[in-house]
Design a protein around this ligand. Sequence first.
Ligand SMILES: C[S@@+](CC[C@H](N)C(=O)[O-])C[C@H]1O[C@@H](n2cnc3c(N)ncnc32)[C@H](O)[C@@H]1O
Length: 272
Amino acid sequence: MNTPLTDAPDRTRSQPDHSAVPATSFFRPNGARKRLSLTQLYNWHLKPLVWRLFHPGGSPEEYYARMISDRVLRGEHPAIGSQARAVRAPTELLDILLTHGLKREHVVVDYGCGSFRLGRALIEYLAPGGYWGLDVISEFLESGMALLGPELTAEKRPNARVISAESLAETAAAKPDFIISWHVCSKVPPARLTDYFGKIVGLMGPTSVALVHFPEAARRLRQSRFSWAENRAAIAEALKKVDPSLDIRFTPITEVVVRGVRQTMVEIRRRH
Ligand SMILES: C[S@@+](CC[C@H](N)C(=O)[O-])C[C@H]1O[C@@H](n2cnc3c(N)ncnc32)[C@H](O)[C@@H]1O
């Protein structure tokens, strides 16, 4: 069976058509029949504000990373750390990049790499130094390095960097052939999409290709405390704000639709 590619738990077996997704609002974020509960109101809206009060200057992406880091370090997170498992295949990024012409000597950026759950197959395939894993906090990268082990790390010399202006400039200077970002866009709050895509596009040289996975819905849908599905127009709009001359193309990753959400990627190229 084709497993739906999602971080969110699959609570239903039904696979409604996209048009079945009702309009969303602040109080009914998942459609007209479901009200926002008090717990959701606190967790989704108030808790981030309280965190920002105690962490002035902290970004929404850092909030997300800090909120999940205890589970990651305890080995209880499904996508990062020692218990992380691929939703479909651990070679998913490698397989997709091979269909886009990946070669061993290429430079690949895994943007929002976590602990290399899907990056490991790329690290094993690429020549030494060809892999760049970027993430928000160092704990995830350290966990990933420990999981790779000293032999693979010494042989392949993966680059792991916390995202900052300096590390983004350093990574761009390595002239990436591909930038791939998987299961990350869904974690980016809508108001931060332009910042997220801006950093990815900033890594692109004239011939780089960026592939970004996102859960696609007919309208924006809050799937959980930390997860959003978006429509193509919102993704295209964010990219247009970054650079209106970019070439973008949407491709479904799987044809499976679960609760009105399909897994899709946007392919980004600079126009010549
Ligand atoms: C669900 S994990 C996926 C990790 C990895 N891509 C994978 O599929 O195994 C989401 C990752 O995205 C990172 N992240 C969240 N927001 C981000 C942002 N705005 N920019 C870059 N990384 C981000 C998190 O720190 C986390 O490691």
